[in-house]
Design a protein around this ligand. Structure first.
Ligand SMILES: [Fe+2]
Length: 136
């Protein structure tokens, strides 16, 4: 279990840091935005769904936007340091965006106001990096 947590934790954090930018925030453009609109009807709807996934799940883990094998985008959540590329993931796919929802990530600033954390996250998302992952 600790090897799984450490190995995946490394992968997850390597994905996490590049998608954050002090100049982040705002709507993506191009094909990524088209895909979000196709699968979530609007960028705002997608934001709400993702924030809910991050705020409402019990315990530590990660909220994700993934591209499934069929090409559709979906929001999902994995426990601990698991991620959606693992065989054991309930919903599998390639992660485009991940949010660390471990207490160490938000507790210092937000304590039990966990819903405020994903809201703040939206102002930091580096949409070009997410678009780059989408086009991979
Ligand atoms: Fe973390």
């Amino acid at each position: 279990m600790s090897v799984r947590n450490n190995g995946r934790g490394y992968y997850n954090h390597n994905l996490f840091w590049p998608i954050l930018s002090p100049d982040g925030g705002g709507e993506p453009e191009g094909e990524l935005l088209d895909a979000i609109n196709r699968d979530y009807s609007s960028f705002g709807d997608f934001n709400s769904e993702f924030s809910r996934a991050a705020a409402n799940r019990f315990g530590s883990g990660w909220a994700w936007l993934i591209r499934k094998e069929d090409g559709l985008l979906t929001v999902t959540f994995t426990s601990n340091q698991d991620n959606p590329m693992m065989d054991i993931a309930g919903v599998k796919g390639f992660p485009l965006l991940g949010l660390d929802v471990w207490e160490h990530a938000y507790y210092l600033k937000y304590q039990n106001r966990r819903p405020e954390y994903p809201e703040a996250f939206w102002n930091l998302v580096h949409r070009n990096e997410v678009a780059r992952r989408f086009s991979k």
